[in-house]
Write a protein that binds this ligand. Structure first.
Ligand code: GLN
Length: 264
């Protein structure tokens, strides 16, 4: 399992978000505290951020080396500021490609996407799991990786007009119907909102008046972090967090809110 994080709020340096906090994503690469599968996240990392006052695509920096082994990172993280960030450290699943193209975040247009988890026998998923890839979709896959395949499935739904939450929930339902043991913690942002699923691993969030962080792991001190329940869908903006139930929700049915929090 990899570890991932998304942030929306006042502009912060990447260091303030990713490397400086106690038990930061950086530290979680070699010493995760709640990771249920795998031990370290040393197979690469990626950072996606939305340039301030720029309505275009987010920028990405991804490497196939452990995050602590990149000598360029300190200069980048202390000088780049953003109000919207999605980052991940990777523990590669066997049978996936190892190059930087398989390091999240995946990107299409304004969207950034990450996946904590694994799908067994992902290359053999049946067509009824939503997988009739046409040639263009196949060629657009960024990497030979279960996460890249999930991103094709999610982004196709976004293109068709699904909301981010509906797209993630539908892909989780389709995938687990074909692979009940799949672990599917998905994380998606367009720089204005965050959608995330908890399905098989941990998910936490911290919300304040004007900012929200969604992450695989909280900091060890109880400073406002809350845990999202397993089988849930989390939808957040800078000012709101809603948690909906994933499990047992039939395809197409509206999910039931299990927690809601709004501050303006
Ligand atoms: N299966 C994905 C990959 O190989 C995610 C891995 C993980 O969560 N450890 O990148």
């Amino acid at each position: 399992m990899c570890r991932h994080l998304a942030y929306l709020g006042p502009p912060r340096t990447l260091a303030e978000l990713l490397t400086a906090p106690p038990h930061s994503l950086y530290q979680q690469s070699w010493a995760p505290l709640r990771q249920r599968h795998g031990t370290v996240n040393a197979d690469g990392f990626g950072i996606g951020w939305y340039p301030p006052e720029d309505g275009t695509e987010p920028a990405r920096y991804r490497r196939a080396v452990p995050i602590w082994a990149d000598p360029n990172l300190p200069d980048l993280t202390r000088t780049i500021r953003s109000a919207a960030v999605l980052a991940a450290v990777r523990s590669a699943t066997a049978g996936t490609s190892q190059d930087e193209a398989a390091a999240a975040p995946y990107r299409t247009g304004r969207w950034l996407f990450s996946h904590n988890g694994a799908i067994d026998d992902w290359t053999g998923l049946p067509a009824d799991a939503g997988l009739r890839l046409d040639a263009a979709e196949l060629l657009a896959m960024e990497a030979s990786c279960d996460s890249a395949l999930l991103w094709v499935m999610v982004s196709r739904r976004l293109r068709a007009g699904d909301t981010p939450g509906d797209a993630l929930a539908a892909v989780v339902r389709q995938t687990r119907a074909a692979r009940p043991g799949a672990r599917l913690n998905l994380l998606l942002t367009d720089g204005r909102s965050i959608a995330a699923t908890r399905h098989g691993d941990t998910l936490w969030y911290r919300a304040a008046a004007d900012r929200v962080t969604v992450a695989s792991e909280p900091s060890p001190t109880p400073d406002g972090w809350r845990e999202a329940p397993d089988q849930s869908l989390l939808l957040a903006t800078r000012h709101t967090v809603r948690i909906l139930r994933l499990s047992g929700t039939p395809a197409g049915a509206p999910a039931v809110p299990v927690a809601e929090r709004t501050r303006t």
